[in-house]
Design a protein around this ligand. Structure first.
Ligand code: GLU
Length: 449
């Protein structure tokens, strides 16, 4: 059952479908936002008059380019690179780069579109953008990754700048890739422009807490949602999907706040450890050895490894999808609710399908969409930019406190917006409406741009 779109919004959505054929994830992301904007146009008719929504749905600029590189055997490889500069009403385009074989324009556009609202929610001066490539870093040597990143940047450098467009990491892009891309950028422009990338290494302009920020932020957010219901994470059983950067630090913060995390996954399967996951072992397997999560069950005798993506069949009170888009469908959502899940916060971008969201909302469990719940990553990127601009570096404690304050503030703004628009506790509506109004006001002030 799909939600009916408001009569003003339906033609806008149809136009998005017509102009962006085949970009299914982009359609999904736009539809989810449009479904919540009806009451905004009633309250602010000037936004309809100025066609703000139509303008927001059209990226300011889209760059698609060839990335030729040579693998270790000397064979020539060709990948495709993307950077979608979606909206710069609030600041320079900001958003990560994703390297994954599934990447095509529709994925980068959905991510860039969500990034506009997410970045607005952080309260920091950053616009929305996203980039990436269909390059698969899995199984590639360090030198192959370096040559690929250098080739990518040889083209992309001309479109970036600390006041123009500031990339960071996402799936398949971590410290190693940022290093290679930043190095090539610096070499071409002959400027040490720290603020052009975030997620940099700690001894060359990076910020403490950036690595942990998305996962920590998601957990701060879920804890705030629980607080509004007179509850907390303490003593809860948690399931986290994924085992990348977001998942690992979500697990770490859950444990710090007194919860027990019993499972995490990768694209091949998931591990279950009823005693609570051994996080140091996971960090070694994933961050140091770059191996599959299956290895955990070889080393921990009482743990189980189960192939496939059935992780949401595990009974838990809190579920944190931290892997990838559309990893949690209607069936999974129904099972989670049936098994007693009371809160879901998205560390990944758009991990729950529209059917899944409807089921969570109908069951009235606390559901925090990625736009709000995973905004801690990009918010800390903005803190990294602040440190770079003032040539300063802050302590871990201070930076984490800033992150926590930002997440508490996002939760408050989103919750209050949901109340103001008559849907208390609907974090999807609250996040979309709050982010949209902020961007819409800036676009209105700047005239027809
Ligand atoms: N890729 C992350 C996100 O989805 C972080 C982007 C950034 O730090 O610029 O928000």
């Amino acid at each position: 059952m799909t939600i009916q779109l408001d009569e003003k919004l339906d033609p806008i959505y149809r136009d998005v479908l017509r102009r962006n054929p085949g970009e299914l994830e982009f359609h999904q992301a736009v539809r989810e936002v449009l479904e919540t904007l009806g009451p905004v146009l009633v309250k602010y008719p000037e936004f309809a008059e100025k066609k703000i929504i139509q303008r927001i749905c059209e990226p300011e600029r889209q760059i698609i380019f060839r990335i030729p590189w040579q693998d270790d055997t000397g064979e020539i490889q060709i990948n495709r690179g993307f950077r979608v500069q979606f909206n710069s009403a609030l600041g320079p385009y900001k958003g990560g780069m994703r390297f994954h074989p599934s990447v095509y324009l529709g994925i980068i556009k959905f991510l860039g579109f969500e990034q506009i609202f997410k970045n607005a929610l952080t309260g920091m001066p950053i616009g929305g953008g996203k980039g990436g490539s269909d390059f698969d870093p899995k199984g590639k040597s360090d030198s192959e990754v370096m040559r690929f990143c250098q080739s990518l940047m040889t083209e992309l450098y001309r479109s970036l700048g600390e006041y123009t467009d500031v990339p960071a990491g996402d799936i398949g892009v971590g410290g190693r890739e940022i290093g290679y891309m930043f190095g090539q950028y610096k070499r071409i422009v002959n400027r040490y422009e720290s603020g052009v990338f975030t997620g940099k290494g700690l001894n060359w302009g990076g910020s403490l807490v950036r690595t942990e920020a998305t996962g920590y932020g998601t957990v701060f957010f879920v804890n705030e949602m629980l607080k509004t219901r007179g509850d907390s994470l303490d003593g809860k059983t948690v399931v986290v999907s994924g085992s990348g950067n977001v998942a690992i630090y979500a697990i770490e913060k859950c444990v710090e706040l007194g919860a027990k995390v019993i499972a995490c996954s990768d694209s091949a399967g998931f591990i279950v450890d009823e005693n609570g996951l051994d996080l140091n072992l996971i960090k070694r397997i994933k961050e140091v050895e770059r191996r599959r999560i299956k290895v955990y069950a070889d080393e921990v005798k009482h743990a189980r490894y189960i192939e496939g993506n059935n992780i949401w069949s595990l009974p838990c009170q809190v579920a944190l999808p931290c892997a990838t888009q559309n990893e949690l469908n209607g069936k999974d959502a129904a099972l989670l609710v049936k098994n007693g899940c009371i809160a879901v916060a998205e560390g990944a971008n758009m991990p729950t399908t529209p059917e899944g969201i409807q089921i969570f909302q109908a069951a009235k469990i606390a559901y925090g969409p990625g736009k709000a719940a995973n905004a801690g990553g990009v918010a800390t990127s903005a803190l990294e930019m602040q440190q770079n601009a003032s040539r300063d570096s802050w302590t871990f404690e201070y930076t984490e406190k800033r992150l926590q304050d930002i997440m508490v503030g996002i939760h408050r703004n989103v919750y209050e917006t949901s109340e103001e628009f008559g849907m208390p506790g609907n974090y999807v509506a609250g996040a979309n409406i709050y982010g949209f109004i902020k961007v819409a006001r800036a676009m209105t002030a700047m005239g027809l741009i």
